[in-house]
Design a protein around this ligand. Structure first.
Ligand code: 5AD
Length: 355
């Protein structure tokens, strides 16, 4: 295993030679551990309501934007579409929306399981352990909850707690999810103002210590209508040499290092990475450690409202168009679409070790 110092060194080393070596190593490990299949997950953005005030996020509660919540039938239709496209799983994502109640999500999950049999991933924010438990009973397989940054002070500033009451940390929630038998995913944004190279190196080490089954990594993208963009005095960058970059190469080095520290995890080439280099961001992700892509199946009329970062809205392709692009890109890379649920080999190994 790479130790923290080694991770930090390779993370900071932006020289072309070092990057070529790092990417080649990550690609080799990716092929050996998870193979050439690229798993497709249909992403359904259920609701842009959110009770949080995250300083980076375009759907935070302080913004006066048009809000939507999909109906159960709309979500089921998206699931059937994922099935028709041959995807093995569906990701149900939303802001932290209390109107997506325990029962409503449970019913939706069991409906999707009944109608499609797809693996179901939830990404609904910080919810109650009882809810996690009920959703798992209803058939949910996986949960995604990024810890965003391991720097507790920076996290608190960009993700203010809800008014009133102690909250469980995201690390506690990840542990609870794992104990409930979820395949568990987390990850970070790269290049947050105030995020240091050292803390980013620690994030990568944590991917291993948390034994994550899925790891999502994307650049921090400035949303002009958020506190992070408006109040730079509240979110100063770290000292010049200490501030972590948020450019494509840095994100790719984090993806590559994630593959090295957690070889059997499923790692997506994220939408945010594809967005900062529309030409080849996704292909770069896939050749530098990633093995998953998440095509967006949210109905287009809602998609423009789920603007967690800008230009996400303008990246509107229909699901058919995304499928077409991905098929061409994968063929060019000598890769193929994964069949079946695409369970994380990391989780399969964990279960095998238990018996
Ligand atoms: N830039 C990049 N990523 C963002 N996310 C939210 N807002 C932004 C932004 N402005 C990411 C967070 C969250 C995930 C769903 O989207 O990491 O966990």
């Amino acid at each position: 295993m790479l130790d923290l110092e080694e991770i930090g060194k390779r993370l900071r080393n932006a020289s072309p030679g070092a990057s070529v070596r790092l990417y080649a190593e990550a690609d080799r490990v990716r092929r050996a551990q998870v193979g050439d299949a690229v798993h497709l997950r249909g992403l359904v953005e259920l609701s842009n309501h959110c009770r949080r005030r995250c300083a980076y996020c375009g759907v935070n509660v302080a913004r006066a934007i048009q809000r939507y919540r999909m109906t159960e039938e709309e979500a089921l239709a998206a699931a059937r579409q994922a099935k028709e496209f041959g995807y093995g799983s569906l990701v149900l994502q939303a802001g932290e929306d209390p109107a997506l109640t325990q029962t409503w999500i449970s019913d939706l999950v069991s409906g999707i399981k009944d109608q499609t049999g797809l693996a179901v991933t939830l990404s609904l924010g910080e919810r109650e352990p009882e809810e996690f438990e009920a959703w798992r009973r209803a058939g949910a397989d996986r949960y995604l909850l990024r810890f965003e940054t391991s720097d507790p002070d920076l996290f608190r500033r960009i993700h203010p707690p809800l008014p009133g009451g102690e909250e469980r940390s995201r690390f506690d929630l990840l542990r609870i999810l794992r104990e409930l038998g979820y395949e568990t995913g987390s990850g970070v944004m790269v290049g947050i103002p105030g995020q240091t190279w050292d803390s980013l190196a620690r994030d990568i080490q944590l991917f291993h210590e948390l034994d994550l089954d899925m790891i999502g990594i994307g650049p921090y993208l400035r949303h002009p209508d958020t506190d992070l963009a408006h109040c730079p005095e509240l979110f100063p960058p770290a000292k010049a040499e200490e501030q972590a970059g948020g450019d494509e190469e840095t994100v790719c080095r984090v993806v590559a290092l994630a593959r090295l520290v957690q070889p059997k995890a499923n790692i997506p080439a994220t939408t945010a990475l594809a967005l900062i280099n529309t030409e080849s961001g996704r292909a770069h992700g896939l050749t530098r450690g990633a093995n998953v892509v998440m095509p967006n199946l949210t109905p287009v009329r809602y998609r423009r409202l789920y603007e967690i970062y800008p230009a996400k809205a303008s990246s509107i392709e229909t699901a058919e168009e995304i499928n077409e692009t991905i098929a061409v890109q994968l063929a060019a890379l000598g890769r193929h679409v994964g069949q079946g649920r695409g369970d994380s080999p990391n989780m399969r190994q964990r279960h095998a070790e238990r018996v």
